[in-house]
Design a protein around this ligand. Structure first.
Ligand code: SF4
Ligand code: SF4
Length: 472
């Protein structure tokens, strides 16, 4: 039985309920009256249900689809303005005991080079990331209780936060590691992590079990209930994601919206972020063997419908996607992107030779961080290196209240300009600096609160004089 408040995976992500909604959406994909009523509700920007969101996803009326895209753009603008938060992934170890069929780190892959960073190597990687200008990392590691126990992850987090190189600092470490116990989540919370990210891969239990034939990840319920344990362990901000291409996208879209509804119903806090990765080619992985690949058009529609269904959530797209594809989805809902990413262990210090092949997936967008920042500004976005909320204790329900009431914008906008200014002073190329200074001048004029404007201007002047780390 479907029960949004149940703590059992098979009840809050209920197969029967998803199938019922899939049939309902299929039947109503041209139902103009119903689609209009859902859009009317969505315009209030408080979200729509998984059933309603599926109808929008399936909608095959061209004029209504244009309305869907326009509304997604409006919601994005309302909650996130033109700011795009920047981050980079950092791969710690690719030792893994699981058998995930879509990932080259699966235990049976014997020809991939296995690497686990030492603390010295982490210092070198993080220094390289700081020298690019990054302030926010997402650390990634395979699941291996012998090689990558929680103590190793905690030690890495401590090392990362301790490195101060020139004006560089990593101010927020998000963590993407395997589902674990409440006790371990408590340890991560105590280590001061930002968001705990865990991709569900697919919400379809049958496909999930086939795709994860061996290892602890095979346990669908343990994996799906991980976010509840994370929140019980004191982690306020959690990030969801589905790996599109593995299973039917409509099923997984319904699943992720239901998961968001469940977190909100039980914990009063929905997902901090939703990521939208697609299966990519990698060592020992051919994406063509999964016959659920989605086109760029469908991908854009998915992003728009998630934005409408969960208006407050941050949305992340990585360098798995090409420049063109990223450009298209930025306006439809994406609020965070990675830049200058290396997806191999140790890849920031030394880009690995092709035959070594320890990368988790092929990167489509291979531009440097400076090129990405430059490109964003030319598209009229403000690249933001802000990490203020977690450091000011604005997490969980406190953060969500500010976000939903749209008050957070009073912090995000000046913080984006100040952290961009830091980037321009310390890391930008001449051209990027020139565009950035102009952008900051123009954007400062949009601050309507005179006190905030005065402070922001003062902070920006101080950054020019060599001071760092101001925040609202
Ligand atoms: Fe291991 Fe994660 Fe890759 Fe699965 S997806 S093989 S758990 S690293
Ligand atoms: Fe994110 Fe908070 Fe900074 Fe806004 S102020 S960009 S929500 S960390």
């Amino acid at each position: 039985m479907y029960n949004v408040k149940s703590m059992k995976a098979e009840e809050f992500i209920n197969d029967e309920e998803i199938k019922r909604c899939l049939a309902y959406a299929e039947k109503n994909k041209s139902n103009r009256e119903l689609i209009d009523s859902i859009l009317e509700k969505a315009r209030k920007m408080k979200g729509v249900s998984h059933e309603e969101a599926l109808v929008l996803l399936d909608c095959d009326l061209e004029d209504k689809n244009q309305e869907i895209y326009a509304l997604a753009r409006e919601i994005k603008e309302e909650f996130y303005g033109n700011r795009i938060v920047m981050f980079a992934p950092l791969y710690l170890s690719n030792y893994c005991v699981n058998g995930c069929e879509y990932c080259p780190y699966h235990a049976k892959n014997k020809h991939i080079r296995r690497v686990k960073l030492t603390q010295e190597q982490i210092v070198a990687e993080v220094t390289a990331l700081q020298d690019m200008g990054h302030k926010r990392l997402a650390i990634e590691s395979g699941e291996d209780p012998v090689n990558n126990p929680i103590e190793y992850i905690l030690e890495c987090i401590k090392t990362i936060y301790s490195i101060k190189h020139k004006n560089g600092a990593i101010r927020r470490v998000n963590v993407n590691i395997a589902a674990t116990t409440v006790e371990n989540y408590k340890k991560l919370a105590d280590a001061g992590i930002g968001t705990y990210i865990l991709f569900q891969e697919t919400y379809n239990k049958e496909s999930y079990e086939k795709l994860h034939p061996t290892g602890p990840k095979h346990d669908y319920a343990y994996h799906t209930e991980a976010m509840d344990r994370a929140m019980e362990g004191g982690i306020d901000d959690v990030g969801l994601g589905v790996l599109y291409g593995l299973n039917n996208y409509r099923y997984d879209f319904a699943g992720i919206i239901m998961h968001a509804e469940h977190l909100e119903a039980v914990h009063g806090v929905g997902p901090h972020t939703i990521s939208v990765p697609r299966v990519r080619r990698a060592d020992d992985i051919d994406p063509d063997v999964f016959d659920n690949g989605i086109s760029d058009d469908l991908f854009a529609k998915l992003v728009a419908c998630i934005r409408i269904a969960v208006p407050y959530t941050g949305m992340i797209v990585s360098t798995r996607e090409s420049k063109e594809c990223r450009e298209r989805v930025l306006s439809l809902g994406i609020s965070q992107i990675s830049g200058g990413s290396r997806t191999s262990v140790g890849g920031y210090v030394e880009e690995e030779a092709e035959e070594d092949n320890s990368a988790q997936f092929d990167v489509s967008d291979r531009r440097t961080l400076d090129e990405v920042v430059n490109w964003l500004m030319r598209l009229n976005y403000i690249p933001s290196f802000c990490t203020a909320c977690y450091r000011e204790g604005r997490t969980g329900d406190r953060f969500m209240t500010l976000l939903k009431s749209k008050q957070i914008i009073n912090c995000c906008h000046p913080n984006a300009l100040m952290t961009l200014k830091e980037y321009l002073e310390d890391y930008a190329s001449e051209d990027t600096k020139m565009i950035g200074e102009e952008l900051i001048k123009k954007e400062l004029l949009k601050i309507t609160n005179p006190k905030v404007l005065e402070k922001a201007t003062e902070y920006i002047d101080n950054i020019h004089l060599g001071k760092r780390d101001f925040r609202f």
